[in-house]
Design a protein around this ligand. Structure first.
Ligand code: HEC
Ligand code: HEC
Length: 379
């Protein structure tokens, strides 16, 4: 509430001064490879001052009057560095300039769980602000935006449930998203997907997230800087920033999150869309009882025990005299193969009769009775 008031007051005082005096721009500028006329930029500046400056600052440096104490800090547009509005570019290592559509989507949708609200302005107004934002950073005069993520056709359309099952496998076994985000598989499933005993994994506590450096620097007092750390969200428990529908998951996975926080995963449509459906289902549970229940079920599992070794192969059993052991109905008696003998030459399994007198596990009397393991013959 107090914060909202501070912002409102700051906006009001600036709104009075904005628009007075000389317009800032008198000629067109080339931004991101496109020429933007002065009128658009001047209108963008006005709208910026009305709506955005309180947090992002007059200089676009993220130090507006309402910024102190905001976490995460408002973006510094002078760096020309974006986290969620990102594009694909082979050369620029995940730090490409966004397209206007990407910025528009994010400014309209807001960044959930942060002070960056959804903005209910007309698209044409937001686009003018977007052009103005670009004047803060020299990156926009030098570079052009990267490529859009091609969403293509969703191969799981109409069979989303199948997609989610496959997505769970991709999440755990292929892309290993749990190396930063939590895992959402039971300990048994985790073992099945990764072939890694859960207790042995490098990530000791894989039901919680690992704090990561974001690559973004936060200016501190006295000219010092500190790298902003970010926690990869636990999709069941924390809001995601820029995900408004399932295709946004596909996009974020393809591009990654700008900076060092999360790399892009070029998974292609089949795995990529399966993963998107799976993660979207988790995201939809965030803030609900179903989400809390799912999380509780995962974190309250008993200690993991390796699965029981497979039962020993069943082989026909023989009497010491070499004749097959038979059940009363005449079918052969089967049982676990005798343990290999110390002498490797005698280690052949199910070798018919052991030499008479040799120690035998197959004493005629004991075998049929002492065969608790289900034998094939009894099925
Ligand atoms: C109440 C404070 C506040 C106001 C007002 C505000 N923002 Fe933000 N904005 C933020 C914060 C905080 C972040 C950083 C969120 C994060 O890093 O997760 C942000 C991030 C952004 C980003 C970065 C998106 C990305 O992909 O990295 C853009 C672009 C942006 N804001 C544009 C705007 C525009 C345009 C306006 C005005 C229409 C505006 N903001 C108003 C707080 C604000
Ligand atoms: C190297 C660590 C790392 C890996 C691996 C990783 N992520 Fe992330 N991810 C992050 C971090 C950190 C963030 C949070 C960024 C922030 O909010 O500033 C994030 C955010 C996200 C978001 C939310 C984006 C938003 O708009 O808030 C989604 C969805 C996501 N990751 C999905 C995935 C999926 C699916 C995988 C596996 C393909 C994956 N991540 C692998 C670190 C990682």
């Amino acid at each position: 509430m107090t914060r909202a008031l501070t912002i409102a007051a700051a906006v009001a005082s600036l709104a009075l001064t904005a628009g007075c005096g000389q317009p800032t721009f008198s000629q067109a500028q080339t931004l991101g490879g496109v020429s933007i006329d002065a009128r658009t930029l001047n209108r963008g500046e006005e709208l910026y001052v009305l709506n955005c400056y309180a947090c992002h600052g007059m200089e676009g440096d993220g130090n507006g009057p309402a910024a102190p104490g905001l976490r995460p800090p408002p973006r510094n547009f002078k760096q020309g560095f974006y986290k969620f509005a990102v594009t694909i570019d082979e050369e620029d290592e995940g730090n490409t300039l966004p397209r206007d559509e990407d910025l528009l989507r994010i400014i309209k949708g807001g960044l959930h769980g942060t002070p960056m609200w959804p903005w209910d302005l007309q698209d044409s107004e937001i686009v003018k602000i977007i052009h103005y934002l670009k004047t803060f950073s020299p990156r926009w005069t030098k570079n052009t935006p990267g490529k859009a993520v091609e969403l293509g056709e969703d191969p799981w359309k109409g069979k989303e449930a199948e997609g989610r099952t496959e997505g769970k496998r991709v999440y755990h076994a292929v892309a290993r998203c749990w190396s930063c985000h939590p895992s959402y598989a039971t300990k048994d499933e985790f073992f099945k997907y990764t072939n890694n005993p859960p207790e042995n994994d490098a990530r000791n506590d894989f039901y919680s997230a690992e704090l990561k450096n974001s690559g973004a620097m936060l200016a501190l007092e006295g000219g010092k800087e500190r790298e902003v750390k970010v926690l990869p969200p636990d999709f069941l428990m924390q809001p995601v920033r820029s995900i408004y529908e399932v295709s946004d998951v596909y996009r974020v996975v393809a591009t990654g999150v700008g900076g060092a926080a999360m790399p892009g995963f070029p998974l292609g449509p089949k795995d990529g869309w399966a993963l998107a459906h799976y993660v979207w289902e988790l995201i939809e549970k965030e803030g609900t009882k179903a989400g809390v229940d799912a999380k509780t079920a995962l974190t309250s599992q008993p200690e993991w025990k390796p699965p029981a070794p497979p039962p020993p192969p069943q082989v026909p059993l023989f009497n010491p005299d070499g004749t097959p052991q038979l059940n009363p109905d005449g079918t052969p008696v089967t049982g676990a193969a005798p343990a290999p003998a110390a002498d490797p030459a005698a280690a052949g399994i199910a070798a018919p009769p052991a030499a008479p007198g040799a120690p035998s596990t197959t004493t005629p009397a004991a075998a049929p009775a002492a065969a608790p393991a289900p034998s094939l013959a009894h099925r």
